[in-house]
Write a protein that binds this ligand. Structure first.
Ligand code: MF3
Ligand code: CO
Length: 263
């Protein structure tokens, strides 16, 4: 059953989301050549606990870290490592923040130093695909409208949508119904209703959409070795449209401005 949240509950989730967004904004400055993803992991855990929050991925299904840190051809769920990031890498940092028992989930892809043209295009199109999906997240639409909007936008730019990993409802648990695929047909799936809170988190690749899981049981990477990026927001469905609970960019917070600015 899809649990609808009250406006008070959405306010609490928004508090978790604002903290998560502020944490990502700090990471922009921290991420550079020479930093290891394990250092980023420790920094995030300390930063959150100093603010009374908990990294909710830690301990979830036995996952041992505060963040997932997926580099280059790694698609998602890669563990932080004691390996320095290199100039030209891209890295996706994914985390769930729990504050006063309510959660928010947001992943962001970062460039490390100076990246190539294709990598730049991947980041730009994937981030825009997230916002294209969010625009379809309004009452009366269906989940499939979000899915289709993302898939058609991504494929029109020659990129592929990863299939096994999808968005989800979220609240006091990380994963709740409904499932939110990033590919599919318009007019299908559950109807979006006021009070639903979901994540939208497209993973796109420069190659095809096939992924495999490493022997560690967590890391997903592209089969063809192509680069992959991911952007994720937690989004509340309100009567007048989507409200992003994890927005980092002031200008994007005004829904009417969503079309007109870039991060
Ligand atoms: N943030 C991830 C998601 O969007 C959750 C990862 S679970 C972990 O579903 F255990 F890998 F951290
Ligand atoms: Co998620």
């Amino acid at each position: 059953m899809i649990q609808l949240k009250t406006s008070d509950e959405i306010r609490l989730m928004h508090r978790a989301g604002k903290l998560l967004a502020a944490c990502h904004r700090q990471l922009r400055r921290l991420i550079r050549p020479g930093v290891t993803t394990l250092e980023i992991d420790r920094w995030v855990e300390n930063w959150l606990s100093a603010r009374g929050a908990r990294p909710a991925q830690k301990g979830y299904l036995g996952y041992p870290h505060a963040i997932c840190a997926s580099v280059n051809d790694e698609v998602c769920h890669a563990m932080p490592r004691d390996v320095p990031l290199k100039n030209g890498d891209i890295v996706t940092i994914d985390m769930v923040v729990e504050l006063d028992e309510w959660m928010a989930d947001s992943a962001w892809s970062y460039s490390v130093g100076t990246i190539g043209r294709e990598a730049r295009k991947l980041l730009d199109v994937t981030r825009e695909a997230l916002y294209v999906g969010i625009r379809a997240a309004r009452p009366g639409n269906r989940i499939g409208d979000i899915s289709h909007a993302i898939q058609s936008f991504a494929e029109s730019h020659g990129l592929s949508v990863v299939r096994p990993f999808i968005g989800h409802g979220i609240g006091q648990r990380i994963h709740e119904p409904p499932e939110v695929p990033h590919y599919g047909s318009p007019g299908t799936g559950p109807e979006l209703r006021e009070g639903m809170v979901i994540t939208i988190e497209p993973m796109l690749t420069l190659g095809n959409h096939e992924v495999k899981i490493d022997a560690d049981g967590w890391t997903a990477r592209t089969v063809d070795g192509s680069l992959s990026a991911q952007y994720e927001h937690t989004v509340a469905i309100l009567a007048d449209g989507p409200m992003i609970l994890t927005e980092q960019n002031e200008a994007r917070k005004n829904r009417k401005n969503m079309d007109s600015c870039r991060n």
